[in-house]
Design a binder for this molecule. Structure first.
Ligand SMILES: *[C@@H]1O[C@H](CO)[C@@H](O)[C@H](O)[C@H]1NC(C)=O
Ligand SMILES: *[C@@H]1O[C@H](CO)[C@@H](O)[C@H](O)[C@H]1NC(C)=O
Ligand SMILES: *[C@@H]1O[C@H](CO)[C@@H](O)[C@H](O)[C@H]1NC(C)=O
Ligand SMILES: *[C@@H]1O[C@H](CO)[C@@H](O)[C@H](O)[C@H]1NC(C)=O
Ligand SMILES: *[C@@H]1O[C@H](CO)[C@@H](O)[C@H](O)[C@H]1NC(C)=O
Ligand SMILES: *[C@@H]1O[C@H](CO)[C@@H](O)[C@H](O)[C@H]1NC(C)=O
Ligand SMILES: *[C@@H]1O[C@H](CO)[C@@H](O)[C@H](O)[C@H]1NC(C)=O
Ligand SMILES: *[C@@H]1O[C@H](CO)[C@@H](O)[C@H](O)[C@H]1NC(C)=O
Ligand SMILES: *[C@@H]1O[C@H](CO)[C@@H](O)[C@H](O)[C@H]1NC(C)=O
Ligand SMILES: *[C@@H]1O[C@H](CO)[C@@H](O)[C@H](O)[C@H]1NC(C)=O
Ligand SMILES: *[C@@H]1O[C@H](CO)[C@@H](O)[C@H](O)[C@H]1NC(C)=O
Ligand SMILES: *[C@@H]1O[C@H](CO)[C@@H](O)[C@H](O)[C@H]1NC(C)=O
Length: 553
């Protein structure tokens, strides 16, 4: 069994120090420890329904790049990510048996510039479920209806196609309706009256899942049993919207006991929300903590029981698909590490990072479009770092520890003090002036370019980890700064499309194979601003000399 413990709050109280000055080691205060036991495939994805054919491709043209990126994470965390196919566009998808392409989407910029709000899907949409080996999916059925008279037919037709496409091998759960708590108020156009309440929702949900079950009984009987007929729900967009999950649950949402996961959706803020910044909004542990804790409070209020674990069915940095320069920057990757690990520490047992074609916060862009080129994006490197902590601060720092078999195995330190390497305003004193002292721990600052950015500060962390003297392996999530959108590596590995179609490539210009001595049970480690570091304790020399990541062929 694997356990994650958050010692961020301990760090916070102990404060931070520059690398020349070391504080006494931080002892882990058991009162501050929060812990959780993640499910398999902890780091998973949610793919916007309308973008799924782009991400997965189809039988004649599978998307191998996406599969390579999923393989990398699967290799590291032991299971390929679970894929939730859903989001706002699942409630726009209407079935048309005559459609010759998988999906025909029409964008209406008044409703959303980022995804189609009028959608037809055809039989070949379901081919996309068979392009990635060893991946399990959830398919999101349309509940909202988008004011289309074909909604009832769509439900029965897609139920048959989806159950046949997925079968027991590729399915993990179903979903019926996305963010129904916003149906009456949606910014993309309301699909229910303002009187719509939790009882209405529950009645509709129970009716819909009964219809789907009857289709399965006829077409896919193996998926209609008590053990196999399962959902994630309620998939609400927030904790304070038009419908409230505790009321929906009390109104009987799980009356037929077919909810396998209590699914929450979370964004830290909005892409267009005034005042949003990398440091203040995303690279801010306090902000992340408050955001996640609101969902944990809701789950506790719902009290669905031990056998209905809490997951983040859809999450990312800034809703409305993210903001350029923020959601696609390295700082957002560091945020993603902190967010997912804090979820894990609080008992949220799987986290699906959401993405769609052209979305600013996506982990990768699956295809070429006029708006974005195909490629691995900064947030993916944060996903890789999490997968690497096989799960087995002040506002700007957090640390997590992973216990394996009862002993401390790994520590992840995330230094979220922004370091803007394209900031050439030398008189500004850098992005964290309180600590902006060049301690020479990192060689990237202060060279001879005409207007060099301010030196990159680094901070020293000291942990009492117990035990005696041992060697620990050090692996770093690296970029030139929090504003970097390229040149990102995890332990020297790069997963970019242009190098080897997303397969891992070790770069020569990044230091790897670093170790640190734990002396008398004390681990000291220096972390430059805008970097995450994983320390693995008690590794043998033999392990150290082995490559951290085998090349898969
Ligand atoms: C680690 O840092 C602490 C606090 O600054 C210091 O007292 C200790 O000597 C250091 N230990 C090692 C092994 O460097
Ligand atoms: C599909 O095409 C057939 C033959 O043209 C037609 O009869 C049928 O109404 C069409 N179905 C839909 C859903 O458009
Ligand atoms: C399969 O994908 C290719 C590439 O996107 C596309 O050209 C083709 O129309 C798709 N086939 C079907 C049946 O949707
Ligand atoms: C796609 O939908 C639009 C209307 O939304 C329609 O004009 C177009 O003909 C459709 N394309 C296909 C291939 O069905
Ligand atoms: C686009 O959406 C707006 C708002 O719902 C609507 O008034 C308009 O008719 C739509 N445009 C088209 C071309 O459908
Ligand atoms: C929802 O509205 C109906 C009709 O007004 C009412 O009977 C029901 O009690 C309401 N349910 C909740 C949970 O408020
Ligand atoms: C971090 O977020 C908290 C809560 O929203 C806020 O009070 C604080 O000022 C933020 N910190 C920074 C550095 O912006
Ligand atoms: C980095 O600094 C440059 C130059 O001052 C500025 O234009 C840019 O917005 C900054 N980026 C971030 C993410 O703060
Ligand atoms: C540079 O930094 C100084 C000090 O923070 C500030 O007053 C000035 O406006 C900045 N200049 C630019 C071009 O950002
Ligand atoms: C990162 O910094 C190095 C050294 O200054 C430079 O050679 C490299 O081009 C930078 N990378 C990016 C993506 O800016
Ligand atoms: C290493 O090289 C890659 C290109 O091959 C570049 O993007 C990256 O910024 C470089 N990193 C450093 C630290 O110089
Ligand atoms: C470790 O402990 C030994 C014995 O108590 C002591 O002699 C030595 O100085 C300590 N080393 C450090 C780096 O604190």
């Amino acid at each position: 069994m694997r356990l994650i413990q958050n010692i961020g709050l301990v760090l916070l109280r102990a404060g931070i120090v520059l690398c020349q000055v070391r504080q006494p080691a931080i002892s882990i205060d058991s009162a501050e420890i929060k812990s959780g036991t993640p499910l398999d495939g902890f780091l998973s994805y949610s793919i916007e329904f309308a973008s799924f054919p782009d991400f997965a491709g189809n039988k004649s043209s599978p998307n191998k790049f996406s599969d390579n990126l999923l393989d990398n994470i699967g290799y590291l965390q032991g299971d390929k990510p679970y894929i939730r196919v859903g989001g706002n566009t699942q409630d726009y998808a209407i079935y048309n048996a005559n459609l010759t392409v998988g999906l025909n989407g029409t964008v209406n910029v008044t409703r959303s510039p980022d995804y189609p709000t009028t959608i037809e899907i055809g039989p070949s949409f379901f081919e996309s479920y068979s392009t990635w080996p060893n991946v399990k999916f959830s398919h999101g059925f349309n509940m909202g209806g988008n004011h289309d008279s074909r909604i009832q037919d769509t439900l029965t037709q897609t139920a048959e196609l989806a159950c046949k496409a997925l079968g027991t091998d590729k399915l993990y759960v179903w979903e019926y309706g996305n963010e129904a708590d916003l149906f009456a108020t949606s910014a993309q156009g309301p699909v229910r009256a303002s009187s719509y309440n939790e009882s209405d929702y529950v009645n509709e949900w129970l009716d819909g899942v009964a219809v789907i079950k009857s289709v399965f009984r006829k077409n896919c009987p193996g998926l209609a049993s008590i053990d196999t007929y399962k959902y994630m729900a309620p998939s609400f967009g927030g904790v304070a919207n038009h419908l409230k999950a505790p009321i929906a649950w009390a109104a009987g949402l799980d009356n037929t006991e077919n909810i396998k996961y209590f699914s929450s959706h979370n964004y830290i803020s909005g892409a267009a929300t005034p005042g949003v910044t990398l440091q203040g909004t995303l690279m801010n542990h306090t902000r992340t903590r408050l955001s996640v804790e609101a969902h944990v409070d809701e789950y506790n209020a719902v009290h669905p029981g031990e056998d209905v674990p809490h997951i983040m069915g859809e999450a990312n940095s800034l809703y409305n698909q993210g903001r350029p320069g923020l959601s696609n920057a390295f700082g957002a990757a560091l945020w993603g590490v902190d967010f997912a690990l804090y979820c894990a520490a609080l008992g949220i047992r799987r986290v699906h990072m959401h993405m769609g074609t052209d979305y600013r916060y996506a982990s990768w862009q699956p295809i070429e479009t006029p708006l974005a080129s195909r490629g691995t994006k900064a947030p993916y490197y944060g996903n890789i770092a999490i997968a690497h902590l096989p799960l087995t601060g002040g506002d700007t720092e957090a640390a997590y520890a992973a216990y394996v078999g009862g002993s401390l195995k790994r520590v992840m330190i995330i230094n979220m003090n922004a370091y803007n390497y394209t900031n050439t305003n030398t008189s500004s004193g850098g992005s964290s002036s309180m600590h902006a002292v060049d301690c020479g721990c990192d060689g990237s600052g202060g060279q001879s370019s005409p207007s060099p950015p301010p030196p990159r500060p680094a901070r020293a962390y000291s942990f009492f980890v117990g035990g005696g003297t041992t060697t620990a392996r050090v692996q770093r999530l690296y970029a030139n700064g929090s504003d970097a959108i390229t040149g990102i590596t995890w332990d020297g590995w790069n997963y970019n499309y242009e190098l080897d179609e997303g397969r891992p490539v070790r770069l020569a210009n990044v230091t790897v194979g670093e170790t640190v001595q734990v002396q008398n049970g004390t681990l000291n480690i220096t972390v430059p601003d805008s970097q995450a570091v994983m320390v693995t304790l008690g590794v043998s020399d033999e392990t150290l000399n082995r490559p951290a990541r085998k090349r898969r062929t």
